[in-house]
Design a protein around this ligand. Structure first.
Ligand code: CTP
Length: 225
């Protein structure tokens, strides 16, 4: 195994959607493929940086290498527990997972609701904001990077608001069309007010390489902000 470079950042990456059970066979989810988070893990592994990938339910294959430790999750609650376990031993969090904002309450995890010819009103409760909660307990030397999927007409404004509300060091803003695409047109918003952009649409792996190249800039901007 190739040794990690001296001072290599230890990356914690989340990827994929969450599944929120409704009963024993049904769940609520979203259209995230996990492709961007997997590309980030691939780029980090290529640099031989110590990498932990928290991977949600996606059919895409996880990386097979001793440079990357992989833990799987399905629900927001499971992802939260994994973040609490792993974040203290990492330097940078890349929170690319598409976490559910709402989940069903009063779930019967071992029962299947039968079809009875009536309607079914699902009661939903908000999930915790994992990233915002983690920011409360992070060390000053740790770097939190969020990913915001936004409608094109409010991309920067809405992403800047999330960066501030969640107390992040940086946020990647991209258009809703990114979700099921192989490519991404993204803008990176930094803590010190600057915005950076690769300047063109990129394959997700190219974008991951660009973002990890900018990591030193992101971390320096967070220290001076
Ligand atoms: N996020 C999180 N926990 C949640 C929801 C989102 O940690 N319950 C994280 C996502 O992983 C992402 C960032 O917050 O890195 C922004 O996610 P996004 O869905 O764009 O923002 P929300 O805060 O959910 O706001 P909204 O859905 O209203 O746009």
């Amino acid at each position: 195994m190739e040794a990690s470079p001296a001072n290599a950042p230890r990356l914690l990456i989340t990827a994929g959607p969450t599944w929120e059970p409704i009963d024993a066979v049904r769940y609520l989810t979203n259209r995230s493929s996990g492709r961007l988070g997997l590309a980030l893990a691939q780029s980090s592994i290529r640099r031989a940086w110590p990498t932990t990938l928290l991977l949600g339910p996606t059919p895409l294959p996880p990386p097979h290498t001793s440079h990357c430790s992989i833990r799987r999750f399905q629900t927001t609650a499971q992802l939260k527990a994994l973040l609490v376990e792993h974040w203290p031993s990492h330097d940078v969090l890349l929170m690319a997972a598409a976490v559910a904002d709402y989940r069903p309450v009063d779930v019967e995890p071992t029962q299947k609701r039968p079809r009875d010819g009536h309607g079914w009103n699902l009661a939903l409760e908000p999930t915790p904001d994992l990233l915002a909660d983690l920011a409360q307990t992070s060390r000053p030397d740790q770097t939190l990077i969020g990913f915001a999927l936004e409608p094109a007409d409010q991309l920067i404004e809405s992403a800047r608001r999330k960066l501030e509300q969640k107390h992040l060091d940086a946020i990647v803003a991209n258009d809703l069309t990114t979700m099921e695409s192989d490519t991404i047109t993204a803008t990176l918003l930094l803590r010190d007010g600057r915005t950076l952009s690769p300047g063109r649409e990129l394959e997700k792996l190219e974008f991951a390489n660009w973002l990890l190249d900018e990591l030193a800039t992101i971390r320096a901007a967070a220290r001076t902000a």
